[in-house]
Design a binder for this molecule. Structure first.
Ligand SMILES: *Cc1c(COP(=O)(O)O)cnc(C)c1O
Length: 463
């Protein structure tokens, strides 16, 4: 499989190249040159297989000569062996139609572990093979950072600089990052919001002088490999609910449009998905884009679901690329215009094409809290705020297929919001019980490109 940039100008790479590059040199995102497609019989043959075996089959078409079947199996066996549930992603039934897919049973209690535990092993394998090293630069609204740090702490050849918005991640999220004291981990709290942190990361990748000095790599969902690993749980859960002989719908708490884009890819690969419900909170750029064609950046409103407090959804570019005929030159112009004006109108034919698979809902904090209480009363399930927003959106859907809400984080990651809504304090799992008393280390910095680049340049190993 070859990988091309959504903006058409960057070098075409293989899986290893796309994985280590992160952002393409033209500012675009790498996507596979085509979507591989399974036959119904091939999908049916996955029923009953373990999570690891489905993962091998789903990812194999994307990795070419870079990772063979045995390598993938070894990576997934180690990565998912660290999960606290034998099924890796268990399904829970809430009522006759609604299910939760719990994608949070990894080491840091959010779904980012699914991709990052595997990505850490892939990095190590590629780097060990070539003797290279990488400087990972990432921005996090909380969960990516903790998952990446857990996956990469102490790994040879990898240095991590993780930017999070100061004071805008939960204490549990912060401590999961800042209590990892390995020398290759650097936490930087930015005086700003997540979009500021993400913009700084993008600017560093786009700064040719800086990017030329350090072997920059990305672990945000701009990294294609992350999305690839997330396709797998759409397959395992749909198979459990009768696919490929029955269609299934998903509601996905959405921020950077990565998780739900993985569902789109699953559909392109032949999985019968009736609907992908894009659930947003008050930061509703995706909802406005899907219902009215209005992709314009608003001001970030902090909420109890901080991983969704995003006004520029990077991975939406990958969908726009497909909707606009995969014309990189044309998309480069549209994206440059968006970056300058912070506004984009989706042509009505493209919006309507997206709306055939994607619906959306904007869920405010009152409805989020009410949905948490509903789930607790209905089926004894304690939900985290992100999952509650997903479930609220799911319950508005009027389709007939079984509806799976992706439960993206463990409730104990957001104890204050859960306590406020339900009056119940969610306990951290035993393996994290001493988190609140571990020592922390991080630096605070202004959201200033030169300052951050200088900070990294002082510490990182040059190419
Ligand atoms: C990252 C995250 C999301 C948003 O996922 P995207 O891939 O950015 O759309 C939702 N919920 C939780 C708990 C997350 O950590």
């Amino acid at each position: 499989m070859r990988y091309i940039s959504t903006r058409g100008q960057a070098a075409i790479l293989d899986f290893e190249g796309a994985t280590l590059a992160g952002l393409a040199s033209d500012g675009g995102l790498y996507v596979p040159q085509h979507w591989p497609r399974f036959t119904t019989a091939e999908i049916a043959a996955m029923a009953g297989l373990s999570y690891v075996e489905v993962a091998v089959r789903v990812c194999r078409p994307f990795t070419g000569d870079c990772l063979d079947e045995a390598a993938l199996r070894q990576i997934f066996t180690i990565a998912y062996g660290r999960f606290a549930h034998e099924a890796v992603v268990p399904l829970k039934q809430l009522d006759h139609r609604h299910f939760l897919a719990e994608i949070f049973h990894g080491p840091t209690l959010a779904f980012k572990d699914i991709a990052l535990q595997a990505l850490g092993l892939v990095f190590e394998r590629f780097l060990g093979r070539s003797g290279k090293h990488v400087t990972v630069i990432g921005a996090t609204s909380g969960d990516t950072g903790s998952a990446a740090i857990d996956a990469l702490a102490g790994r040879a050849g990898v240095e991590v600089y993780m930017l999070h918005p100061h004071g805008r991640v939960s204490e549990v999220q912060r401590r999961q990052m800042t209590t990892v004291l390995d020398g290759n981990i650097h936490n930087i709290a930015i005086e700003g919001n997540f979009d500021d942190a993400q913009a700084l990361v993008k600017a560093m990748f786009n700064d040719a002088a800086f990017a030329g000095r350090f072997p920059l790599a990305a672990v945000n969902s701009i990294n294609w490999a992350r999305l690839m690993f997330q396709i797998v749980y759409y397959f395992t859960t749909a198979l459990s609910l009768g696919a490929p002989h029955r269609a299934v719908s998903y509601a996905v708490p959405t921020g950077n449009f990565g998780d739900v884009f993985a569902g789109y890819v699953a559909a392109q690969m032949g999985l019968p998905i009736e609907r992908l419900v894009v659930a947003t909170n008050e930061n509703d750029i995706l909802h406005r884009a899907l219902v009215a064609g209005d992709y314009s950046q608003g001001v970030v409103q902090p909420t109890d679901a901080p991983s969704m407090d995003i006004q520029v959804s990077s991975n939406f570019e990958r969908l726009l690329f497909d909707l606009d005929g995969r014309d990189g030159a044309k998309l480069a112009v549209r994206m440059a215009e968006f970056e300058a004006t912070k506004q984009m109108r989706l042509p009505e034919d493209q919006r309507a094409a997206a709306a055939r698979l994607f619906t959306s809902a904007r869920v405010d904090s009152a409805e989020m809290a009410q949905t948490m209480r509903w789930a607790l009363a209905q089926s004894g399930e304690l939900l985290d705020p992100h999952t509650a927003i997903g479930l609220a959106a799911a319950r508005r859907d009027t389709g007939s297929a079984p509806m799976v809400t992706l439960a993206t984080a463990h409730p104990a990651k957001f104890p204050a919001a859960v306590q406020a809504a339900c009056g119940v304090h969610p306990e951290l799992p035993a393996r994290l019980a001493d988190l609140m008393s571990r020592p922390e280390r991080y630096d605070v910095a202004l959201a200033n490109l030169q300052a951050i680049e200088a900070y990294i340049a002082q510490r990182a190993k040059a190419k």
